[in-house]
Design a protein around this ligand. Structure first.
Ligand SMILES: CC(=O)SCCNC(=O)CCNC(=O)[C@H](O)C(C)(C)COP(=O)(O)OP(=O)(O)OC[C@H]1O[C@@H](n2cnc3c(N)ncnc32)[C@H](O)[C@@H]1OP(=O)(O)O
Ligand SMILES: O=CC(=O)O
Ligand SMILES: [Mg+2]
Length: 724
């Protein structure tokens, strides 16, 4: 093996060195020695700036803490608070108006509106599923979820419930009536469909026929026009495929032989190296990078057993149809893949500098994920990701414009190092830290030639809301925090500023995650608010959720909404700065307090035990009402900070939390009895690294940098790995 020759005595982890030299660089025309030399130089130049940025965060936090302590017991004076934040440089002065200039952005980002799926990169089976989630069965989504109640005669069980099946079909056809209406009659009564010249003709029992109200919604067909295998319709830029099969499971029973209705679902997917992933050392990071490599090469495979059958999952090819002029009509078979790097906080053991310091993980992520992402740009056919020559990196947890500027400089340096044209690498700015929210316009300005999205990561943002104002007072219960003015102002302002900075047509304005993966009926009611708010995308936790959420973008034309609201008054900074602490005239009952603690502790333990013991970065954990919640590091940041805040302000005592933790350890152990290899926390909780991690997250929550959870999670996970 060729070892690198670092000129300043950096040390590269041997496994990482092998991975890059043997699996990645041979796919590039990049000289090995030069690569390692340039990487080392990049670290020498940028690591100190990275560390300085973290020191600035700490210094600002200290000043904010002191301000609140100095004003303890006084009514909040927002004007004075605002002035103070400007004085310390937390809020910067806004400059002239401008428009972003990002170019070469794929249609999924620039001109289409639809769901964005997120998936932990370390789980190859899920990641492949996510890549393929561009298309999803509407029949499966309706049948398998609670959008049709699962009670009484509609219950799901072992076999196929034909009563439920009938409901699925009529609900799906009602969707067709709504979005692709016929000139006369209902899709529910159609007995056959044919394509005649440029028209779709639907025939009824009585021999009558109808075309589509909007004939141009028909775009392509497969099979014979007189007896199509599939027809492809399009609305608001999104495709819907009606599949026919007279012998199919559903088609055989259906009047018109419709076997399924397939929805264009996850337009884009975030392949996540960050909060849904537990990657604590070189071994884990190589796994992360190797999966990203497989996705960019189109070679990733996962073999697994499902329903008693062995199967191998691979990436789907494009879907090919014939358009109405008999030309090939090709639609992308996979979601456009974006990669979320880690933030600026952590360091990693992939490389040590000459003094023995680990290097910033965010810098390493940028280099390796872009190096791998660049392989996609070499391809002109087959499994291509971007067709416009871009690599999309989502950068989380940046605090303010100077950190955005740093990320852009990092990407520019990586482009230079890899010989990529400037601005090949696009940046997704997560508006999920308070200092970014209050300076969003200036953050976007720093990235104006490469920004491809802004989005509201309201989960981290809530965690940061608590930590930043930790000393201001006790926060409201979690559910009530969501209903306070700050969050509406945050959500609206993000859209307002995105519109003013000219994002439409060039970049996405996105909204956050639906965190109740099993509660799809509720999602269908709630999440239409996202396109209605002018967001061209919003996060979903699963492919099924993507298929269902896609229906919202048929109902709402986001670009029309954006056009309508672009001149409205910008949401208020005063609301944004109004801290959601418990008002002085409100006393929480003991019952409310107990319940809040129990709920927080249950979710926290349920997530942490799987993270620390099994290295699972994203889990579905039942809350106190037994609703499965998606938990990741951002939700953990909220629950741990919330408990730390209540403890600090005496809403509860340490003994109270201790007691609940002991009790909940049993509950969580019980919930995991079927989990293979699970190591219970109770009764000897002090022998459990997971339990101790949870205690530290709460009891040392106030002193965690910005309330982040990764330093403690990593430390305890490493101890478990060492012990095994
Ligand atoms: C604040 C933030 O940062 S949010 C971003 C981070 N969050 C995420 O990335 C959420 C990703 N989602 C997930 O990891 C999962 O959906 C969880 C953990 C929430 C639930 O997982 P599970 O309990 O295993 O889901 P469940 O049993 O209901 O479904 C599993 C099936 O759905 C698929 N699936 C579930 N989530 C996803 C996903 N995000 N992408 C692709 N496939 C998925 C699985 O592949 C599996 O299907 P298969 O058996 O055919 O492979
Ligand atoms: O990353 C998303 C969030 O809500 O935090
Ligand atoms: Mg986040």
């Amino acid at each position: 093996m060729n070892m690198p020759q670092p000129k300043n005595n950096s040390e590269i982890h041997p496994g990482f060195c092998r991975f890059i030299n043997e699996e990645v660089l041979p796919l590039h025309a990049i000289d090995q020695t030069r690569f390692w030399r340039d990487l080392e130089q990049l670290m020498i130049d940028l690591a100190p700036i990275n560390r300085q940025l973290l020191a600035t965060r700490d210094a600002l936090q200290q000043q904010i803490d002191q301000w609140h302590l100095a004003h303890k017991g006084q009514a909040m004076d927002i004007k004075a608070y605002d002035a103070f934040l400007r004085e310390i440089g937390y809020i910067v002065t806004e400059g002239e108006d401008f428009s972003i200039t990002t170019t070469n952005v794929d249609a999924e980002i620039a001109s289409l509106a639809g769901p964005q799926l997120v998936v932990p990169v370390k789980n190859a089976r899920f990641a492949l599923n996510a890549a393929n989630a561009r298309w999803g069965s509407l029949y499966d989504a309706f049948y398998g979820t609670d959008v049709i109640p699962k009670t009484g005669e509609l219950a799901t069980g072992k076999g196929y419930n034909s009563i439920r099946g009938d409901q699925v079909i009529s609900k799906a056809k009602a969707f067709l009536d709504d979005v692709f209406p016929l000139e006369t009659g209902s899709h529910n009564d159609v007995t056959s469909y044919v394509v005649y010249y440029h028209h779709l003709l639907a025939f009824f029992d009585d021999g009558s026929q109808s075309g589509l109200k909007q004939p141009c919604q028909l775009v392509a067909v497969n099979g014979q026009r007189s007896e199509p295998e599939a027809i492809l319709l399009k609305n608001n830029g999104l495709h819907v495929e009606i599949q026919f099969d007279r012998n199919g499971k559903n088609g055989a029973k259906d009047k018109a032989n419709i076997n399924d209705i397939v929805i264009e679902s996850a337009l884009s997917t975030i392949i996540d190296c960050e909060d849904s992933v537990a990657a604590v050392d070189a071994e884990d990071k190589i796994e992360v990078y190797r999966n990203w490599l497989g996705l960019m090469q189109g070679t990733l495979e996962a073999s697994f057993e499902k329903d008693g059958q062995r199967q191998t999952r691979r990436m789907n090819p494009d879907r090919i149809f014939t358009d109405l002029d008999n030309q090939e009509y090709r639609v992308h078979g996979r979601s456009l893949l974006l990669v979320r790097n880690v933030g600026h906080l952590m360091e990693c053991d992939l490389m040590q500098d000459a003094l023995g310091n680990f290097v910033p993980e965010g810098i390493m992520d940028a280099v390796v994920t872009i190096l791998i992402g660049a392989l996609d740009l070499q391809r002109t056919e087959g499994m291509r990701n971007s067709r416009t020559g871009s690599i999309y990196v989502v950068k989380p947890k940046m605090h303010g414009p100077e950190e955005v500027a740093f990320s852009c400089e990092l990407f520019r340096r990586v482009e230079e190092m890899l010989g990529l044209p400037e601005n090949t690498v696009k940046i997704g700015i997560m508006d999920e830290e308070r200092r970014t929210t209050v300076n969003l316009k200036e953050c976007i300005r720093q990235a104006k030639s490469r920004v491809f999205f802004i989005n509201t990561g309201f989960l981290d943002r809530t965690g940061d809301e608590i930590h930043t104002s930790m000393q201001a007072g006790a926060f409201l219960p979690k559910d009530q925090i969501k209903n306070q003015p700050w969050i509406q102002a945050y959500e609206n302002r993000n859209v307002d500023i995105g519109l003013r900075c000219g994002l439409p047509g060039k970049a996405q304005i996105g909204k956050g995650m639906w965190a109740m993966p099993d509660d799809m009926a509720a999602m269908m009611t709630a999440k239409i608010a996202h396109p209605k708010a002018g967001a061209n995308t919003a996060w979903v936790p699963s492919p099924t959720a993507a298929t269902l959420h896609a229906l919202h973008y048929h109902q709402v034309n986001v670009f029309e909404v954006q056009d309508r609201i672009k001149t409205r008054e910008q949401a208020s900074l005063t609301d944004l700065l109004t801290i959601p602490t418990i008002p002085s005239n409100l006393t929480l009952s003991n019952q409310v307090i107990d319940r809040e603690i129990e709920n927080n502790v249950q979710g926290l333990l349920g997530y942490v035990v799987r993270w620390v013991e099994a290295g699972v970065g994203c889990s579905k954990v039942p809350d106190i009402n037994n609703i499965g919640l998606m938990e990741d590091r951002a939700t953990l940041r909220i629950s741990s900070q919330h408990l730390a805040n209540w403890l600090l302000h005496g809403v509860c005592s340490k003994e109270q939390i201790d007691t609940v933790m002991q009790r909940m350890a049993h509950v969580v152990d019980e919930q995991n009895t079927a989990t293979e290899g699970y190591r219970p926390m109770a009764p000897n909780t002090q022998n459990s690294f997971a339990f101790k991690a949870a205690q530290d997250l709460i009891f040392k929550g106030v002193i965690q940098a910005n309330g982040y959870t990764e330093p403690l999670l990593h430390a305890y996970r490493l101890r478990v790995k060492e012990a095994n």
